[in-house]
Every structure is written in C-alpha cells, then in structure tokens.
Design a protein around this ligand. Structure first.
Ligand code: FAD
Length: 558
C-alpha cells in the first residue's frame, strides 16, 4: 500500500492540530506542514500579554517546535515556505521559499488549508507611517515591544474596541502607556448587545485616557517630532507614539479563490461538515473558513482558536476515513481586561433581529458570583436570550469580575445540547458559599425566563420605555431612589403595594421596576392577580442604567 501524503498549509492552531491528529491515526502517512512564518504552533492568543510584559519570555508562547514535530510526531515542518498556488489538476502545491525565493512543487494526496486570517489594514491616508501596527504573530509583537522600548513610547491609540483592541488596551496600560481607543461603532465589544456593552464602556473609560465611540479614523499624520496624529471622521485628533489597528480580520482565502474553490458570501472558504472544500481532496479549517452558526443557521466568520482546533481534528479524522463532522459554532468567547471578564455564547438580540427571527425574549439579572453572605461577592450582569414560544436557550452574555466564564460555559453547553430554560432551572451545579449560590445565576436565569414562557411574568421592552406610554411603577424603598430613578416613574414600595393599589391605573399597562427585578416580579404577581395589566422591566434599575447611561459622553479630542 502506498503511503498517503498529506500537505498542510499553515502550522498554527488548525494546521498543527490537524497534523498531530493525523499522525495519531495513521503512523504511515507522510505529513508535511508548510508555513511562511518563522514559527509554527505558537500561542497567538498570548501575544497581547507578551506585548504587555505579563508574559516575559517569548519562548513561553512557542508551544511546539519544528524539532518536536519531527522527533515526536515524525512530521516535517518547513517554515518560511509559502504556498503560492494550488494545481488541482496534478494535485500539487506550488511553494516559494521566502528567503531564497526558490520555487518548487509539492505533491499531495490530501491538502489541508489552515492559513488563518489577516488583520484588516484599511487604505487610509498615512496608514503606512512608521509606528502603526497590527498584531497577528510573534514578529508583530516583537516589533511593538521594540518600538515601545526604543522610543520610550507613552501614548498609544488603539483603533477598534473589540476583543484584541481591549486586550491590547489593558496590556499597554499595564506597561504604563496612556491609551486612547477609537471605535467606529457606538459601543465597545461590538458582538455584545449595546446595553451589555455599557458595563464594559464604564470600566474601560475608567482606565483609559480617552474613549472615542461612534467615530472612525480618517487618517494618520506624522507630527514634527516624529510622533503620530490620528484624525477621526468627526474631526477629533489624538497624538500617539504608536497606533495599534485592531479592527478585525479577513479570511486568507486568496489561495483557495485562485484555485477555483468555492468561497462563501462572507469571503471565507466554503466547507461541508467534514471540513471538505468544493474539491474532495482539499480540506480547509480555522479562521479562513465560513462556519454555520448553529443557533441562527447562517454562514459566519468566527475567528476563534477553539473552532480552529476542533476543525483541524475533524479534517484529520475524515482524511483517515473516520466519520466525523463539525456541528457548527455558537461563537462562545471570553475576554478579560481591567479586572472585568466579558463572555458570550450563542445568539444576541441584535443577531436574531438581523436574521429576521422574532420569536425570542431576553431577561436580565445581576446576581452575585457567589453567596452574598460570604465576603467578596461580585455582581455578574447576565442576559439570557431564549425562544419565546418554547423556551429553547438561544444565547447569553455576561459581564463581571468573577465567575463569568463558568456561567457562560454552562449555558454554552446547554445550547449545544438543545436544552430549554426549564432545564436551566433544574441544572445541578456545584455550590459552596465561596463559589456560588444554592440558586446559581444560571438557575436564576432559567427561572426568570421560565416564568416568562409559562406566562407568569410578562416582560416590558426596555427599548420602548419612553415611547410606549405605559405607567411606570418603581417598587423600591424611598431611600433607594437617592441613587437614581427612572424619569416619570411613580414610587410605591412593594410592602405598601396591596394597600395603595387604588393609585394605579386599570386602563394602562403598568411597567414595574425595582433594583434588579426581583421585587418587581413579586409586584407583578400581586398586581396581575388583582386584574392589572403588568410587565416587569427585567433586571430593574441596574438594567435601566445600561440602557440609558447618564454618564455616556464621549471624551473630546486632545
Ligand atoms: P493561524 O493560527 O493564524 O495560522 C495560520 C498560519 O498559516 C500562519 O502561521 C500563517 O503564517 C500561515 N500561512 C498563511 N498563508 C500561508 C501560505 N500561503 N503558505 C504558508 N503558510 C501560510 N482566539 C480565541 O479563541 N481566544 C483568544 O483569546 C484569542 N486571542 C487572540 C489574540 C490575538 C492577538 C490573535 C491574533 C488571535 C487571537 N485569537 C483568539 C484567534 C486565534 O488565534 C485564531 O482563531 C486561530 O489561531 C486560528 O487558527 P488558524 O489555524 O486558522 O490560523
């Protein structure tokens, strides 16, 4: 039997995983990894922390060397070898040695593409000025470190307030730099729903010099002293010693496109659940491919390490004749900065609306990450999205200082298993006072949502608070109002409600709020059983402040 020859383009998350799995399944296969960079199998996710000096040794980011691949796996790794074309008729790739520019052809029986995604660098005036960086690989992070140190940089502008932008912000602040963030969207962390992103905005604003939201960069100039000036579309300008562009990535699908492989409408390589491209001998995995969102059933680009690794493994299985298939993504992600953790899974409100899906509802809660009586409980701001008609769990977003990732991971698993809010009510999660509560935030989210699906509590839409003409009722204690209240709301503390029902209208809907939604729910139950039409403003005043922030002012320009 002839040996199978598998060529892999790109030797980091998807490619390296695929190669190692192939070897575990087929001791005889010839496996070659071609990567145009200096390293394979490095931890790109750790790069911001290397720039920030949190990780001080570059070697810590090198997970497996070329030598290790050879010695442990009998896999040949050729770095600085770029694949420049695929000859599908003869099953060869055309390779160029980056340093010598020599070209050669490499045959394959199976070809795996894992070329990743490249940072977007828009063609703005001044974009090529020295000091404007993107961050994708180790040489990029070395360049940024070197620039900061050699120029004694102390002001940075980060363009883009998503995952990488915020991680970079934290790391540059950690290094003592003054950081400005410019973000074109009206919110940080664009994948989150806007009100959930407000918890992020408040924290980031407290740690950065300037936060310029809803404004895009128009161009860059060099100042007389060699530093940079970042000009925005709204006419602001910010001085900087360095600029980090973190405005997203684009799938590296050029090679596949030029080879005539099918490309999806979002520009990624189209693959089937076995990670096979439109050519049965070619597989593609990782950031370069489009993936099906399993919640909203749409093709998406989800450039995350978890899916890349899982897909690499699946491609290897299939190449070796095993039955294996990728089930799609929920874009489960987590990010931490300035002591805050932000995590999400599944569909957001806005993603569902954009997909034209209307059968859903969202609830908010702000429980402590562990029992309130044990010292140090920190709130988790949690939003659960579910199908209105049957309670199927669709998504969740959470922001807080502790215990956030754990809750989102539980809900992510629930979504994968197709469970409902009734299952979340019943979920049996570990509990001791320093870790959680007997009713964990996940249980609470399930209970609140289940009340809605059962028809025990109707929800008022926060977005229509000031336009719906509803009677607004606040059932907190009078002294709590000192910390703020919803304009126009009438205060009747919960304990007085039964005695003061005559103050409430019977011809209007009553929308009830309290601090976090708990007492408002009691009030709703009382009032609905007395024939009033009531709805709960989910999550109470804490959610109100996220929807209608009082301090939401953009910083001016320097
Ligand atoms: P990559 O890991 O990018 O590897 C692609 C490789 O292919 C590269 O080495 C490239 O040089 C090589 N290549 C490309 N074209 C060719 C060619 N024609 N010939 C030869 N070689 C080629 N994800 C998370 O889930 N969590 C995180 O916290 C996180 N943090 C991140 C932080 C940063 C700064 C970055 C850049 C990414 C982060 N990611 C994170 C994303 C994650 O790293 C990627 O999703 C993952 O690495 C994708 O794997 P991949 O194999 O598709 O591509």
């Amino acid at each position: 039997m002839t040996k199978k020859r598998v060529v892999i383009v790109g030797g980091v998350a998807g490619g390296a995983t695929c190669a190692a799995r192939l070897r575990r399944l087929d001791e005889d296969a010839e496996i070659v990894i071609l990567d145009r960079g200096y390293y394979v199998s490095f931890a790109n996710c750790g790069l911001p922390y290397f720039v920030g000096n949190v990780i001080q040794q570059e070697s810590k980011l090198l997970l497996a060397s070329k030598e290790l691949f050879r010695e442990r796996f009998n896999i040949e790794v050729r770095i600085r070898n770029e694949v420049i074309a695929i000859d599908r008729h003869s099953n060869h790739v055309v390779v160029r040695e980056v340093d010598s520019e020599r070209e050669y052809r490499e045959p394959y029986d199976a070809l795996v593409l894992s070329p990743g995604a490249s940072p977007i660098r828009p063609p703005l005036p001044g974009i090529d000025l020295p000091g404007i960086f993107t961050l994708r690989d180790l040489p990029d992070s070395e360049d940024i470190r070197e620039w900061i140190e050699s120029r004694n940089a102390h002001r940075a502008v980060i363009v883009g307030g998503g995952f990488i932008g915020l991680e970079m912000a934290e790391n540059l602040v950690h290094r003592g730099l003054e950081v400005t963030i410019v973000e074109m969207a009206d919110q940080l962390m664009p994948p989150l729903d806007a009100e959930m992103a407000d918890f992020v905005r408040r924290r980031v604003a407290a740690h950065t010099a300037h936060l310029q939201l809803g404004d895009g960069v128009a161009g860059f100039e060099q100042a007389g002293d060699g530093s940079l000036v970042v000009r925005t579309g709204r006419g602001a300008s910010f001085g900087a010693d360095l600029v980090i562009l973190a405005i997203g990535v684009r799938p590296e699908s050029k090679l596949a496109r030029e080879a005539g492989l099918e490309i999806g409408e979002r520009g990624g390589i189209r693959v089937d659940p076995q990670m096979r491209t439109s050519d049965p001998r070619i597989w593609a995995v990782g950031d370069a491919v489009e993936v099906k969102n399993r919640v909203i059933d749409q093709w998406e680009l989800v450039p995350l390490a978890g899916p890349a690794n899982r897909q690499g493994r699946i491609a290897a299985d299939v190449i070796c004749g095993r039955e294996s298939s990728f089930k799609g993504v929920q874009a489960t992600a987590v990010c931490g900065f300035f002591g805050l953790t932000v995590a999400l899974t599944g569909a957001t409100d806005k993603a569902l609306r954009q997909a034209g899906i209307g059968d859903f509802e969202s609830v908010y809660l702000h429980p402590g990450h562990h029992a309130g009586y044990y010292p140090g409980a920190k709130p988790i701001h949690l939003k659960l999205v579910f199908r209105r008609s049957d309670g199927l769990v669709l998504g969740a977003q959470a922001v807080g200082e502790d215990g956030v990732a754990r809750r989102i991971d539980v809900i992510s698993t629930a979504i994968q298993m197709g469970t409902t809010v009734f299952d979340l009510e019943e979920a049996e999660l570990c509990y001791a006072p320093q870790y959680g509560s007997a009713k964990d935030p996940v249980n609470l989210a399930g209970m609140i949502a289940a009340n809605v699906v059962r028809g025990d509590a109707d929800l008022a839409p926060w977005g229509e608070l000031h336009t719906a003409g509803a009677f607004l009722l606040d059932v907190r204690e009078v002294e709590e109002l000192r910390g703020g209240y919803i304009d126009g709301a009438v205060n009747i503390p919960l304990r007085q409600l039964r005695a003061r029902m005559n103050e409430l209208p019977r011809d209007r809907e009553i929308w009830v709020n309290c601090r976090v939604g708990h007492r408002a729910y009691y009030a709703c139950r009382i009032l609905s059983q007395h024939g009033f039409r009531v709805c709960n403003l989910s999550g109470g005043y804490r959610t109100y402040r996220a929807w209608y922030p009082e301090d939401r002012v953009d910083h001016g320009a320097t």
